[in-house]
Design a protein around this ligand. Sequence first.
Ligand code: GTP
Ligand code: MG
Length: 402
Amino acid sequence: MNNTPRANRPHIGIFGRRNAGKSSLLNALTNQEVALVSEEAGTTTDPVYKNMELLPLGPIVLIDTAGIDDTGILGNLRMQKTSQVLDKTDLAILVIDATEDISDYELDIIGEFIKRQIPYISVLNKIDHPQRKSKTYFGNYLNISLNEVSTKTMEGIDQLKRLIIENISDSFAANTIVGDLLEAGDTCVLVTPIDSGAPRGRLILPQVQTLRDILDNNAMALVTKETNLKTSIGALAKPPKLVITDSQAFAEVDKILPSDIPLTSFSILFARNKGDLATIVTGINAIKTLQAYDKVLIAEICTHHKVAEDIASVKIPNILRKLESKIDISWCSGTAYPDNIEDYKLIIHCGACMINRKQMLSRIKKATEKGVPITNYGVFLAYATGILDRAIKPFNLQFDEI
Ligand SMILES: Nc1nc2c(ncn2[C@@H]2O[C@H](COP(=O)(O)OP(=O)(O)OP(=O)(O)O)[C@@H](O)[C@H]2O)c(=O)[nH]1
Ligand SMILES: [Mg+2]
């Protein structure tokens, strides 16, 4: 597995009016003819995704969007598609056409970036054009700083790349898996059962990513099966700072490990990395108030995922029905929620491995804004098996036991 999955790459969205040069900018940044460019306004109708390496930052994904001209069309399809891209955008690039008159579109989309807390870079494109307007003409009206580029002559493109790197690294560097819990020289133990479900000849991605994060933070990793855990701990000169186990082995590890050694699971770790752990832990409290005919939504991003389907269609419903046999369970898949999400008493979300953190945060926000508690599979199963309390302690979180 040498390619960084898209979900782990910073998402950089390119926005702007029709014909501003968004697709040309994507091509200029990637040095490839990826997106279709034409003088006809409205060329790009669906978002175009392009993975690239932006050195020294590393792998990113660029997203070219359909241009929007009118400001009052928030409900229409183009805007919906753009809104879906905004949901996952870690850094936005706003492309302004230097040959056009200023419009309210730019003010509207900047307002949207601010509302969604998306950092953005504004680009004034087509500066090679004889009919270009001045930087101050746009800058004064929009009250923002503008970076002049020409995708035709490539002027300003290298500076723009540097600016992207500077702006993305701040927000993305904070997104550590385990590094904030470790100091240089600490030991972190990873417990990885090798059962029939484990892939042949390799570790799974969350384990590899955690190992890399431990090394990035100058800490040490000890990887063991649960059967060797006791011996491994005994061989260490001092107790590990943290033990992370596969959820399947949690109960066993919990018994072996003295209670003063912090223990968590990969699924809790990634629930935190992929979203807002405090909110989804709080969400689990809704379980205790569920009554007959209450609606619960099981939200799954993947449309075809066998293992997750078992969890979503069998395991979780069985647990819910044991708690309240007349619970009204529905499922949704993909990235759209049902229209009536305010009718649900709880959303149980998948681990979000196929979407990026920003998009999961957008989904959590959409639920909480409607007053709907939201949790995820990992937290739900940890709660159901009685391990949640210990698994969230390393993050100084608690949930209300009733
Ligand atoms: N002179 C000049 N023309 C440019 C520049 N960048 C783009 N163009 C031209 O502007 C037109 C629109 O470019 P696109 O990249 O297709 O614009 P877009 O924003 O993707 O447009 P839509 O997909 O229709 O929203 C094309 O004719 C490009 O050749 C530039 O830097 N200078
Ligand atoms: Mg385009």
